[in-house]
Design a protein around this ligand. Structure first.
Ligand code: KMH
Ligand code: ZN
Length: 274
């Protein structure tokens, strides 16, 4: 049995196709990436989609088509971003749940995001959470900062457990404006997670990717990797394909005697029906 959940975040909303032609932005590219990553050891995919000009979009028909295509071509747990890009209106971000993914992101507060602001006011967090409970979508609580870990405590106190009864959090570390991608910050954030937390993963942006992955493995956490979060394998060595990043953390897991979960095992971990 696998005991390491690997999530791949292959695209994101921040990198342009011009800057990174190998970024999977079309549906065909996304499906190919998903298949390769599943083969390499990923069990869940965190999805952002693009329009015909490769720009971030939350177009509902495209989201539905993407969920359907991923379900048809892989067994991966399909998680949709509800953060979109920093320019997406809150009402469009709520409508993402109409695409009926297995999982959705629920970011627990606003964060300075480079020169921009990733907006997640409390009423939006509450509305998205209640919508996920009504629709039977399992949220992944995305935490960019220690204050957002405390906000998760507040959310559970006020609105109870998520659909499925499991609490899965993901620490996104090293965003300019959020908590740093260091082992010390990871230890502090993990210590502050609510007792109801049943699993957690971590990802480090850019150069912090390996430090965060190693710290997460040391603390018994799971991992997210992908070109949303890092575009180089080493200084000056670009990532060509997302499965390279998945394979690298499969190897790190193997060294510490942890093996990748299958999508079916991930569904049990996350409180989803098979
Ligand atoms: N692109 C960021 C502004 C999510 O996927 O929901 C937000 C983000 C979180 O990536
Ligand atoms: Zn994302």
């Amino acid at each position: 049995m696998g005991d390491l959940l690997i999530t791949v975040a292959p695209t994101g909303a921040e990198t342009t196709k011009d800057d990174c032609p190998q970024l999977p932005t079309t549906l065909a590219e996304l499906v190919e990436t998903a298949q390769r990553c599943e083969k390499a050891g990923a069990a869940m995919i965190h999805v952002h989609i693009r329009d015909d000009e490769h720009r971030p979009t939350l177009d509902l028909q495209r989201l539905k088509a993407t969920v359907a295509a991923l379900r048809e071509s892989t067994d991966l747990v399909v998680q949709l971003s509800t953060g979109g890009s920093v320019h997406d209106p809150l009402e469009d971000r709520l409508k993402v749940l109409d695409a009926e993914p297995d999982s959705c992101i629920l970011t627990m507060g606003s964060t300075n995001f480079g020169d921009d602001v990733f907006l997640n006011p409390w009423p939006f967090v509450r509305d998205l959470y209640q919508l996920s409970q009504e629709r039977g979508v399992v949220p992944e609580f995305e935490l960019f900062d220690l204050g957002q870990v405390a906000a998760l405590r507040r959310l559970i106190d006020l609105h109870g457990l998520p659909h499925g009864g499991k609490v899965h959090a993901d620490l996104v570390m090293g965003v300019p404006g959020g908590m740093p991608g260091t082992a010390d910050a990871l230890v502090a954030a993990v210590a502050a997670l609510p007792a109801e937390t049943t699993s957690w993963s971590a990802t480090g942006i850019g150069r912090s990717t390996l430090a965060v992955a190693l710290a997460s493995l040391s603390k018994g956490g799971h991992l997210r990797v992908g070109m949303e979060d890092v575009l180089t394998l080493a200084r000056g060595v670009p990532v060509d394909r997302n499965d390279q990043l998945v394979s690298r953390v499969v190897e790190l897991g193997r060294i510490v005697q942890r093996s990748p979960m299958t999508p079916r095992e991930a569904r049990v971990l996350l409180g989803m029906s098979a």
